[in-house]
Design a protein around this ligand. Sequence first.
Ligand SMILES: Cc1ncc(C[n+]2csc(CCOP(=O)(O)OP(=O)(O)O)c2C)c(N)n1
Length: 319
Amino acid sequence: MHSTEFLAGLYRTMYTIRVFETRCVKLYRQGAIRGYLHPYFGQEAIAAGVCAALRPQDYIVSTHRGHGHCIARGGDLKRMVAEITGRQAGCCKGRGGSMHIADLETGNLGANGIVGAGVPIGVGAAMGAWIRGEDRVAAVFTSDGAANNGVFAEGLNLAASLRLPFILILENNQYAVSTPIEQSTAEPELFRRGLGYGVLSERIDGNDVLAVYRKTAEAVRACTQGSGPVLIEAVTYRQGGHHVNDPGQYMPKERLEYYRSRDPLRIAKEILLARVGANEEALARIEAEVDREMDEAVDFALHSPEPSVEAFLAEAAAY
Ligand SMILES: Cc1ncc(C[n+]2csc(CCOP(=O)(O)OP(=O)(O)O)c2C)c(N)n1
């Protein structure tokens, strides 16, 4: 049985991600964010559950849909909004933007615009830890589309054959842009890919934050005991289009409605209220605090200067 504080912490993380994404969409519409923006609506339980089970020394590697991972790992909201709005105060000095946020202070080795590219990065990080004899695992977030890329197979095979401390979290949100999973593979139960490489692999409900937390905690234990990598297929649903400008009209309304009724925040709230006796006011207080933090982060970012060309050139010259 988990404490109310612990569960409330998970809810707080998920609510923060939801509010962050909502504000980012708004900032995008106002022209404050340029380029692409891939919201994480509906997948919040995965980032929150995984990161709650990791230890401070562990690494994460993120994806193009990566704001939630960065937040759940403890990323600073002010520096994150500054990064996404292209400001000097951003965690990558405003030069990375939404798809290239990295935050080494929290062990976040970075988001990536190349689908599947996080897998070999994470295998490399796990291999480095293994060679140096460090007690660390590398947890890599990846996606259903990435499972059809060559690097996914190569990375998993290498991690398995060296028994690396590597956890692959496959967020199966059932779409790669507009292609539903059933059309891109003859085996939509993606955890089976891991079994073929001798990797301990399981499929879980990615909208249930406790299921995600428990399975990741087990995976961390297994990895640190030397039993090699673990693949967790977390089944979820992308609540909306592929990116901020995609209305997602190809997504069947009934399916979207079904998954909205199983919204991860709603499930977490139900657990808190019905099972551990948290009260509505306490949750409302958490939400109000997060809303305030978010207002401050946006205000901070929008009042921060853009990166200077001179500073960039000076740094480049020093290399
Ligand atoms: C190697 C590679 N191929 C294609 C693309 C173009 N692309 C960007 S996102 C995406 C779909 C990704 O779907 P999925 O991997 O399931 O992740 P999701 O967007 O659902 O989180 C594609 C094909 C890319 N960025 N990188």
